[in-house]
Design a protein around this ligand. Structure first.
Ligand SMILES: Nc1ncnc2c1ncn2[C@@H]1O[C@H](COP(=O)(O)OP(=O)(O)OP(=O)(O)O)[C@@H](O)[C@H]1O
Length: 608
């Protein structure tokens, strides 16, 4: 059966999602909570402009807008039907069966409509696209295919093999050596692996190989771009690469020579937006594009799972056609916040076209987290009973707390309070670095923003416990939004201040004024920060690209449509040493069993 369609619910007659004045099918689907006012508005406006009044075509366009809002690139009209009449809620009409148009002929009618003639929408691969996303998918495909067809970069093979043996020594590094050699010999590689699989180590060794090749074959310095979708991920990448390069020589470990270090000196990572050159007023167009390409010889992008279709399209058009492109990431993680599932599509689509494009690292090199690795593997393989077995095995690194387990929840309260008190104590003592490090020690992750298992509720809850424990009134709920020890999360890029979505910080009192110290080292008067949230709890989506020593994951009820395998896997793999999952065994089963499917056509286009 088709899964129940996700709906919004509201008792508020003035809810902004209600499309006042909508008629016909658009009205019915809006009242049922399937479409929001914005979906309806776009469909009505575009249909009115071209004089399209077939209600099923209008509905199809609204569903295409809705799909993008939910992270898909297109919509499969054939996927509705059965499931539409099921499911909870609705915006007031209850569980009435929905009058879905028959799938047969629906897409054909849209394809024959003036909306398709005028290229407002595109019917392709049996899917319906808004024009922009169809174009971006085509462009990504064309650029990737062109890169695969282009001649391989010239290398001095003997030197390459020699140095690879030094940088990836012996059997312990064999998997990474193979991946690095293959990447060095190609223009385009997708380097995949879960946490601790040695991706960053591979990137560091690979860059040393390429920098040496550039010097020997062209007598010049290699221009390298290291980038990630968030500032946090970029900082982690830079730190990890620098750590690899600077590691003390040890037998059986990668051996970076003084020449390697000289060639890679001053390597900096940046966000993708900064690399591409943001332009004020535009989030989808950049200074570097097909005309003004990036100057780099090699572009490495980490955390590629977080890259949306639009950003990948902009990146591909900006990278020089003869520059190496290395896309690094974990395709089992949640996809980008914005539309697309590009990394997973590249892996599945390109794997069939040319197996060597995808270099997969599968060996786990982090022994301290064996139970976390087993849990992540069980989730990744879709085996709920294996996941439950690991969670219930009593290994100190992994535990399951039932939401009815009073003692377990008291333990959670104690730990969250202690953690918040630690951060506050260090902040009050003026120790910004210590407070920031303490913030990173524990992460409380929620699937939802609202509701009893949501971020807003748990932020308030921790602030209340912290207030009680420290004898102060703290938190927005009591009119004290800013306080020393408030951990913060930046939620939007601010190029002027050099702040990026995903940056974290902590508030200190200095000269009787409150300043937020960010993990990158900068600090600002709190009044200068606009898009900021409290970070006692955060959503799993926002936690991508970061890690903490201990992670507590709050699983929602098993009926929550947000509860998916990708969400659970992403949450669990944020932990370096310990994971506590709060949820019922049924919630664990639901999470492992449900895939976060996004409709896209990219994998199929790449296969073709
Ligand atoms: N072949 C190896 N043998 C032993 N240890 C290794 C090997 N490769 C990497 N390591 C070590 O394992 C740890 C994880 O490696 P690395 O940071 O490269 O992985 P990663 O895939 O980038 O992980 P993450 O994405 O979680 O940061 C590091 O401490 C690294 O030094």
């Amino acid at each position: 059966m088709t899964p129940a369609i996700e709906r919004w619910t509201s008792d508020d007659p003035h809810d902004a999602r209600r499309a006042l004045g909508a008629t016909g099918l658009l009205r019915t689907f809006n009242e049922a909570g399937v479409l929001t006012a914005a979906d309806v508005h776009v469909a009505r406006r575009t249909a009115d402009v071209v004089g399209e009044d077939d209600e099923t075509v209008r509905l199809a366009v609204a569903l295409a807008v809705r799909a993008v809002r939910q992270g898909s690139v297109c919509v499969d009209l054939g996927g509705f039907g059965d499931g539409g009449s099921v499911g909870a809620g609705g915006a007031g009409t209850g569980d009435v069966p929905l009058p879905w148009p028959a799938a047969d002929g629906w897409l054909d009618r849209v394809a024959a409509s003036p909306l398709a003639e005028r290229s407002v929408v595109r019917a392709d691969l049996g899917l319906l696209y808004l024009d922009r996303y169809w174009r971006e998918e085509q462009q990504v495909r064309d650029d990737v295919v062109a890169r695969l067809a282009a001649p391989a970069p010239a290398v001095d093979d003997a030197l390459l093999e020699d140095s690879a043996a030094r940088l990836f020594p012996g059997d312990a590094y064999a998997e990474q050596r193979v991946a690095a050699l293959s990447t060095a010999r190609r223009l385009t590689t997708v380097l995949t692996g879960g946490p601790g699989r040695g991706k960053t180590t591979t990137v560091a060794g690979l860059l040393a190989l390429l920098a040496e090749q550039a010097e020997h074959t062209g007598g010049r310095r290699l221009r390298i771009a290291l980038a990630a979708p968030t500032g946090k991920a970029a900082a982690r990448l830079q730190e990890a690469v620098a750590g690899s390069l600077g590691a003390r020589p040890e037998t059986g470990r990668p051996e970076f020579t003084a020449d390697d270090r000289r060639r890679l000196a001053g390597l900096q990572a940046s966000t993708l937006h900064r690399l591409l050159g943001w332009r004020p007023g535009s989030s989808t167009r950049f200074r570097h594009d097909r005309v003004g390409r990036l100057p780099h010889d090699v572009v490495v992008v980490d955390e590629t799972s977080m890259v949306s279709l639009t950003l990948m399209a902009r990146l591909l058009e900006a990278v020089r056609p003869d520059a190496r492109l290395v896309l690094v990431g974990d395709p089992d993680q949640l996809a980008s916040v914005e539309a697309g599932a590009v990394l997973a599509d590249l892996v599945s689509g390109l794997g069939e076209r040319d197996a060597d494009v995808v270099a997969a690292l599968v060996t786990d090199h982090r022994s301290e987290s064996a139970a976390i690795t087993r849990l992540a593997a069980a989730i990744q393989h879709g085996d709920p009973e294996a996941a439950l077995a690991v969670l219930m095995a009593g290994d100190g690194a992994v535990e399951l707390v039932h939401p009815d387990d009073e003692a377990g929840l008291t333990g959670l309260q104690d730990e969250l309070t202690r953690h918040a008190l630690d951060v506050r104590g260090l902040a009050l003592a003026g120790d910004a670095a210590g407070a920031l490090a303490a913030v990173e020690r524990h992460r409380l992750l929620c699937a939802h923003r609202e509701g009893p298992w949501g971020v807003a509720h748990w932020n308030r809850q921790v602030e209340r416990w912290l207030g009680e424990a420290s004898g102060a009134y703290l938190g927005a709920a009591v009119g004290a939004e800013w306080y020393p020890g408030r951990p913060v999360l930046i939620t939007a890029n601010d190029y002027g201040l050099g702040l990026f979505n995903g940056d974290t910080g902590v508030v200190l009192a200095e000269d009787e004024k409150l300043r937020a110290h960010l993990s990158g080292g900068a600090s600002f008067a709190v009044s200068r920060l606009g898009d900021v949230e409290t970070l006692h709890a955060m959503t799993v989506h926002k936690s991508q690209g970061s890690q903490a020593e201990t992670v507590t994951v709050l699983l929602p009820d098993e009926t929550s449509p947000l509860l998916t395998r990708e969400l659970f896997y992403t949450a669990v793999t944020r932990a370096r040493r310990r994971v506590r999952v709060v949820g019922t065994p049924d919630a664990v089963r639901a999470a492992v069993g449900r895939r976060a499917r996004r409709a896209t056509g990219l994998a199929e286009r790449l296969r073709g």
